[in-house]
Design a protein around this ligand. Structure first.
Ligand code: XIL
Length: 382
């Protein structure tokens, strides 16, 4: 009987707190700046579990795991439900597009950090870590850069300036940087890009060295898709990072993007073996952009098949000695890039269009809960 009374008391105290903040300044503007403590931040409510059950983020903390998602900054601004879910479920964010070169430097030497700063402010308000994505990619290169003939020296100066300005600005605030993104092509050779043509193959090592100079403590990653399991592409990625390591280039890990199909995902064994060989090189492995796309229209078994893949990949990360980060490329099908990019595919994320949790969400939550329980049992046995 004591507990219901405590719950009522807690609600009253929290409502009182909420109202007193609200009298000072209009509520919605404060909430956007993160100044009002949202309900789940009230310690009493949290203690009594009034804010609901466990979330991915609350369970991840016990596993020293970052469970993250890419953020659509427009949705963050406009969609209250989006903000709420994001704050509840994740302890790491990355910008889906707003830290790419064309966004951060839309004109030569004129940087626009407004959106990236908003993301970092949201992350700080909600005690979330941030991944930086991405310093160098063959896409998202603005016209001013791509449509001019630069000398090698000029292009190197532009790249060095971009990397040092961006990494320097956020020094100490980024958990890991995707320094180079997708430099290996699908035929496993170095991708023929603007950067390769203009600078030569050593553009990769230069990018890592400049990033390291700008933030010597930052974790610097090579990030790519299609090389999650064991195949020609992951071999090529392995050889690239091995060669960088052997020349003392400051690289600390490999991001496995994990944009996969529900009917053709890599096996846990392969991904585990790939992570293990990276660990042997002294490198971290992270799952950086996971989504599991389903052929449209979907059929009844698809959501469960998708859930099994999400679960298997999170478990592989948890079991690997060098994986502490699991990031999905968005969280609600409302904003996923998949239908626009892969024609005939969709439903790739863990919440549906209306933020209802899908089997994939429950599979991740249950897996983390299982790990917490088995940790608790082990500690009890000690
Ligand atoms: C995608 C975004 O999701 C889209 O909104 C954008 O139009 C194109 O880029 N690999 C990456 C990401 O490293 O940056 C890509 O993001 C998805 C594939």
């Amino acid at each position: 009987m004591l507990r219901p009374k405590l719950i009522v008391l807690a609600v009253l105290v929290c409502v009182g707190l909420w109202l007193s903040w609200g009298m000072a300044i209009a509520a919605h503007s404060l909430e956007d700046q993160g100044t009002i403590p949202p309900a789940h931040h009230c310690a009493l409510v949290r203690w009594l579990r009034l804010g609901g059950g466990p979330t991915l983020a609350s369970l991840a903390r016990g596993q020293d795991l970052y469970v993250g998602t890419a953020v659509n900054l427009k949705a963050l601004e406009r969609d209250r439900q989006y903000r709420r879910r994001l704050a509840q479920e994740f302890n790491l964010v990355t910008a889906e597009n707003d830290m790419k070169l064309e966004r951060l430097q839309p004109r030569r030497n004129q940087f626009d950090f407004s959106q990236a700063d908003r993301l970092l402010a949201f992350a700080a308000d909600h005690q979330m870590a941030v991944r930086g994505h991405t310093l160098l990619w063959h896409r998202a290169v603005p016209d001013w850069l791509e449509q001019q003939d630069w000398s090698r020296a000029e292009l190197m100066a532009i790249l060095e300036n971009h990397i040092k300005t961006v990494v320097g600005r956020y020094r100490g605030q980024i958990a890991a940087w995707d320094v180079v993104n997708e430099a290996i092509a699908d035929d496993s050779t170095l991708r023929d890009t603007f950067w390769l043509r203009g600078i030569g193959p050593d553009y990769i090592e230069m990018a890592f060295r400049w990033a390291h100079e700008a933030d010597p403590d930052a974790l610097l990653m090579y990030n790519d898709y299609g090389g999650e399991g064991l195949n020609a592409k992951s071999d090529a990625i392995y050889e690239l990072v091995q060669s960088l390591r052997s020349r003392d280039v400051p690289i600390h890990g490999v991001g496995l993007q994990m944009h996969v199909q529900a009917n053709a995902a890599p096996s846990s064994q392969e991904v585990a073996a790939n992570m293990a060989r990276l660990a042997d090189l002294g490198l971290q492995a992270q799952i950086t952009e996971m989504d599991v796309r389903i052929r449209q229209p979907s059929t009844p078994g698809d959501a469960d098949q998708q859930a099994d893949i999400y679960r298997a990949m999170l478990q592989t990360c948890l079991e690997a000695e060098n994986c502490n980060t699991f990031v999905t490329w968005g969280f609600s099908d409302r904003y996923s890039w998949v239908p626009g990019y892969f024609e005939g595919w969709g439903e790739a994320l863990i919440f549906d269009q209306d933020y209802r949790a899908k089997p994939a969400y429950h599979s991740l939550l249950n897996l983390l809960a299982d790990y917490s329980t088995s940790d608790a049992n082990q500690n009890g046995a000690d």
